[in-house]
Design a protein around this ligand. Sequence first.
Ligand code: ADP
Ligand code: 5GP
Length: 184
Amino acid sequence: MDIDNRIIVLSAPSGTGKTTIVKTLMEKHSDLYFSVSTTTRKKRENEKDGVDYYFVSEDEFKKMVDNNDFIEWAVVHSNYYGTTKKEIERIINKGYCILDIDVQGLKNLIEIYPGLKSIFILPPSIYELEKRLRNRGGMDEENIKLRLNNAKNEMKMIYLYKYFVINDNLDNAVKRIEEIIYEK
Ligand code: ADP
Ligand code: 5GP
């Protein structure tokens, strides 16, 4: 199978449930490998360095940009995020490579892997998205507003994606994404 077919980009407005979906997928399939991004965002309480993200300072991130370490990088919700070439090299020959990146990242990766599979995960409604963001906790009001506002802009870009999946019922969403990943 060619490499492009094994690159799966998952995007979703923050709070949709993408992390929950990715965790479920990883637990079920040993041939899926999560591409751990590098970020300057503050670590959340339940996150582990090197597992959820590689957490770095802004200075370190900028040095990595200058070193040409990233295959793609972007500013999202006022923080830097990027996928290193090293991370892709670590996993690309092992199995399917799952990237949790935003639309800017997708645009850059399509240039390198035009045949990649891109999936946009949608919340059932904006009201449900707000509820999930609030239930998850760990964010002040300003941050919640920023993410909801960004969600509306991100959803304008869904035409760039090959597949759409609504995360209403978690099991159904996971099942549909499995079908997309493993279809020939
Ligand atoms: P994201 O990674 O997209 O920002 P999370 O996976 O952190 O989102 O999920 C945000 C919140 O929504 C979490 O509290 C999670 O438990 C909850 N959640 C995820 N999927 C569903 C679902 N299908 N129905 C209801 N709640 C969900
Ligand atoms: P969060 O801070 O909620 O974990 O992620 C915020 C946003 O950053 C999400 O939309 C996520 O897809 C995006 N993101 C995470 N890592 C990367 C990355 O390496 N590159 C790009 N372009 N976006 C990323």
